[in-house]
Ligand binder design. Sequence first.
Ligand code: GCU
Length: 414
Amino acid sequence: MPLFLALSWICLGAEPVPLQKTADLPSFSGYPEALVCMDGSRVESQLAWRAKRRGELIRLIQHYEYGDQPVTRVNPVAMPIYENKVALGGKAWLREFAVRLAPGAPALHLLLILPAQADKPVPVFLGISFTGNQSITADPGVLVATCWQYPKYPGVEANKATEASRGTAAGVWNPELIIDAGYGLAIFQANQADPDRADERGGLQPWLRSQEEYLPEKWGCVSLWAWTMSRMVDVLEREKSVDAKRLIGVGHSRLGKTAYLAGALDERFTLVIPHQAGCGGTAPARGTVGESVKRINTSFPHWFNSRFKEFNERVAALPFDQHALAALIAPRPVLFSNALEDQWANPDGQFNMLQAADPVYKLLGVEGLAARTKPSLNQLSAGRLGYWERPGKHEMNRTDWKAFLEYTRKHLGS
Ligand code: GCU
C-alpha cells in the first residue's frame, strides 16, 4: 500500500470497506451521494475526499461496471514512421508514430498534428477515434489502418480501410480548426487497441492475456480503451512540443464513455470532453430516457465487465451513479456535450449527473456548475462542470468543436 494511503487510513481510522456481492447490495432511492462513503459516513474535508472516498469510488466503478485495467508493466516507445512539416497547407507539422507498449506488443499508430509555427509547447487534444488515422486528414503519407473496421464508414470494404477512406473523418475531428486555434491534436484508433466486437479479440488483448491472467470481471473494451488513452499520455508527456500539463481527453459516444473513464482514472488529463457519451458514460444508469443498462449490456456485452450485467434488473442497487466519474475528475473541468435529437444519450439526465457531482467541486473549493438549470440550446455553460447542447443528431462535427475550443480556451487558455 502506498505510504500516503497508509497514513491517511491511520489518520482517518478508515479501512477499505469490503465490496458486497451484487445480490446483497441494498437499493438506493435516487442517486447515491458522491460525498457519502460506503460505511455511511459523510465526507466533510478535502483530506477525507482525497484519502478515503476518492479511492473508494474508483474501486466501486471498476468492480461493478468497467472492470480493472491491466497491471502489466509497460514503457511505451514511440517510433516515428512518417513526418510532414508542411501539412494542412503549411500550417501544421504532422507526425505519425508506431507505439509499442513493450517489446513484443503490437504497434499502435498515433498521429500528432501540431501548429507549424508554435514557438513553445502547445496544449493538445488527445482523441480516440472510430476510424483510422488516414481518415483524419487527406495527407497521402499517413498509414492506412489494417485492423478490423466498422463496415458503415466511408472507404471501408470487407471490414478493412482502403485508400478511399483518406480524409473522410476530417469533418469529425476538424484538425484545421484545432490548429488555427493554437492547439494540437493527437489521435489513435480504438479498434487498433481492442476491436469493438464481442466475437473478435485482436489488438492488445492476445498480448495482454499472455502477460497476465484474464478473468471476465477484468476489463471490458471501455476500460481497455481508456487504459490505452493513458498509455498515449505516457508518450505525449515525453514530446517536447506538447504541453503535457494541458492535455484534453476527447471521445464521441462509446469513445466518449472511454474519455470520461480515462479522465476519471488518470489525473494527467487536465480537461475532459465526453461527447454524447450516454448510458455507461455521462447519462445516469438510473435514467428513464434513452438507453438502459439492460439494453446496453445486451447489445454490447463486451463494453463493460461481467458484474455490470448483474444490475440489468436491479439498477437501483448500483452503489454509485455516473456522476461518480465527474466527481473523480474534480476539480478539473469536464464538458458534457449533447444534441437535441440524441435522446438515446439522455441529455436531461446528464445534466442531473452534473448537479449530483457539484458538491464535490464545492468541497474542493472551485466553481462546478455555473448554471442551476440546463442551459438553452447553443448556450455553453462554462463552469468546471460544463454543459453544451446543440440542435441536431448523434455525431461529432465542426459546431461541436467550436464549443469544445471555446470551453478549453476559457479553462486552459491557448
Ligand atoms: C449505440 C449505443 C450507445 C453508444 C453509441 C455509439 O447507440 O447504444 O451507447 O454510445 O452506439 O457509440 O455510437
